[in-house]
Design a protein around this ligand. Structure first.
Ligand SMILES: [Zn+2]
Length: 158
């Protein structure tokens, strides 16, 4: 038996994109050790799901800033840089474009900007920070903070 896990992105205009997340194979004979997902499979599926969701969110954010807010001309790309983001479901490397400001806004001293860097101002999501702090306070009240999420969440350390 084979299982295919797909994610469908639905835009505000109703258009859809399908992403393949994972495929699982199981014997047709039910056995205790192959019933349901393993921890490793669950972690891998969540990690890939997180990557696809964030990729779609990033594309949407960048698309919203691709045109000048004053004259609507498209903004050219000056380059890219990587943004590292730690989430509960894995650490991500996000390719972040730097966009040139439109000539119509030359009064503004800024010549370029990164839409993602303006939004992703921290390197960890609030939920990730909360869980790390909670686990650390429960397990290590002396203040030592090992990566406690490693055992239950996908790739939480780099
Ligand atoms: Zn403009």
């Amino acid at each position: 038996m084979r299982f295919r896990i797909k994610l469908i992105t639905v835009d505000e205009d109703g258009s859809e994109r399908m992403h393949s997340v994972a495929e699982l194979d199981r014997d047709s004979t039910l056995r205790l050790e192959t019933t349901g997902l393993t921890l490793a499979e669950g972690k891998q599926i969540l990690k890939h799901l997180q990557e696809v969701v964030v990729e779609e969110q990033v594309e949407g954010c960048v698309a919203q800033h691709r045109h000048c807010a004053i004259c609507s001309k498209p903004l050219s790309t000056k380059g890219h840089h990587q943004i590292k983001l730690q989430t509960v479901f894995g650490n991500l490397q996000i390719r972040s474009p730097r966009l040139r400001c439109c000539p119509c806004s030359e009064g503004d001293r800024t010549k370029s900007f990164s839409p993602l860097a303006q939004v992703l101002t921290e390197r960890s999501t609030p939920e990730r920070l909360y869980l790390e702090t909670l686990f650390a306070s429960l397990l290590f009240p002396t203040g030592r903070r090992p990566n406690c999420l490693r055992s239950c969440c996908p790739r939480t350390s780099n």
